[in-house]
Design a binder for this molecule. Structure first.
Ligand SMILES: NC(=O)c1ccc[n+]([C@@H]2O[C@H](COP(=O)([O-])OP(=O)(O)OC[C@H]3O[C@@H](n4cnc5c(N)ncnc54)[C@H](OP(=O)(O)O)[C@@H]3O)[C@@H](O)[C@H]2O)c1
Length: 360
């Protein structure tokens, strides 16, 4: 024990590479163990990162390791619930990859375990640490748009077997919906920009949504990085969803999730206020008198699906600060659950054809 917080990484796939790097870099943490379904995957992640740490093929065994303070859950979404409950019962602080879980009842079980354990949590809505997101939040807090009344966000990314997690997430049982698997980032961004304070996310009170798209059970797979086609496993749920959301502060919002668009990844966003507009990285504001053209913000945007492009360092540094200073993260389980409720409400709309009131 060297006075640092010890981190156990569980689930040694694509996203775990970034969790490992971020906790290796943070001056207050050490990665002290890695576990996965296969021991060989955990060992490969440790070797690749140059870490001489114990590796395990089960979370229960890994939780016995001396000096684990934080567990980073990087497994597929359908095993998050059992992982979170086990790690919370062991008294560990939790980094939980999105999506949190696959059902409302699973979410409630996780919430109960976290509350009972009194541990800290952060959920990986990592775009909250993206430089463009941070800049826009500072502009909103500085009244650049005046009173914000409407927000639109989109997650436009062909979800196919280019992604290592596709095998689990493409099924109804494993992934549930496009809005849950990838689109939850757009839901969270909608909440984030619907609240004009720097570190707040708005509370959704009503949702209406449609699901559709043209992909059906097609086995034709598109690869956006090579702009090419091949045969592969179909997506079991609809590839396109659109939802309208009303927030408790009166803001209205629209989310488009498209897992079948034939184009490079994009994450469009628009924020409308009574004194200005933000459209992606362009600003029109009463703060710029005589403005004749959009002002462009020259900062890194949400431009890539690659996890290496995501600001995990900022998120993990924030979470470590929260633990060291005994503060709750703005992106803790309780807050992130409100994002997930919009997704589960959309599912309810498809069943009933009626708007759904929140909280569920
Ligand atoms: N925040 C973000 O922007 C972001 C980006 C990408 C992914 N994610 C999320 O991160 C999670 C993992 O995604 P990924 O892309 O890293 O997927 P991935 O590459 O498939 O990695 C998941 C790993 O978990 C292990 N695993 C599978 N089932 C398991 C089980 N039952 N118990 C223990 N380990 C198991 C597998 O390792 P073995 O080799 O041991 O079987 C697999 O390599 C998902 O929830 C995904 O949505 C988030």
């Amino acid at each position: 024990m060297n006075g640092k917080l010890g981190v156990l990484i569980h689930g040694a796939g694509w996203v775990s590479t970034q969790h490992v790097d971020a906790f290796k870099t943070n001056p207050h943490t050490d990665v002290v163990a890695i576990s996965s379904r296969k021991l060989s995957s955990a060992q490969a992640r440790a070797d690749e990162a140059g870490l001489d740490v114990p590796c395990f093929d089960s979370l229960d065994k890994a939780l016995q390791t001396q000096g684990v303070d934080i567990v980073s859950i990087c497994t597929p979404q359908h095993v998050h619930t059992e992982n979170v409950i086990a790690a919370a019962r062991a008294g560990k602080h939790l980094v939980i990859e999105k999506p949190l879980c696959n059902s409302v009842s699973d979410g409630r079980a996780m919430a109960a375990a976290i509350r009972a354990a009194g541990v800290k949590t952060v959920v990986c809505f990592v775009l909250r640490w993206n430089p463009l997101f941070q800049t826009i939040k500072r502009l909103l807090a500085d009244d650049a748009l005046g009173h914000v009344y409407a927000v639109e966000t989109g997650y436009q990314s062909y979800n196919g077997d280019w992604w290592s997690g596709y095998g689990d997430a493409r099924t109804k049982a494993g992934g549930v919906s496009s809005m849950l698997v990838g689109g939850c980032h757009a839901v969270d961004a909608l909440r984030w920009f619907a609240d004009p304070t720097e570190f707040g996310a708005a509370d959704p009170v009503e949702v209406f949504a449609y699901a559709g798209g043209a992909r059906g059970s097609s086995t034709r797979q598109y690869n956006p990085s090579t702009n090419d086609w091949h045969e592969g496993e179909p997506l079991e749920y609809e590839g396109c969803e659109m939802a309208l959301v009303k927030f408790s502060n009166g803001v209205i919002g629209k989310i488009t999730v498209n897992h079948e668009c034939i184009q490079p990844y994009t994450f469009p966003l628009e924020v409308f206020g009574d004194r200005g507009t933000i459209r992606d990285n362009r600003v029109w504001s009463h703060k710029f008198p005589g403005q004749k053209d959009w002002v462009e913000l020259p900062c890194i945007g949400p431009d890539s699906a690659d996890v290496a492009h995501h600001p995990f360092q900022g998120e993990m540094d924030h979470f470590v600060d929260c633990i060291l200073t005994d503060c709750e993260s703005h992106c803790n389980f309780e807050d992130a659950w409100k994002t997930h409720e919009v997704v589960f409400a959309a599912q309810e709309c498809y069943r009933t054809g009626q708007p759904v009131h929140l909280p569920l």
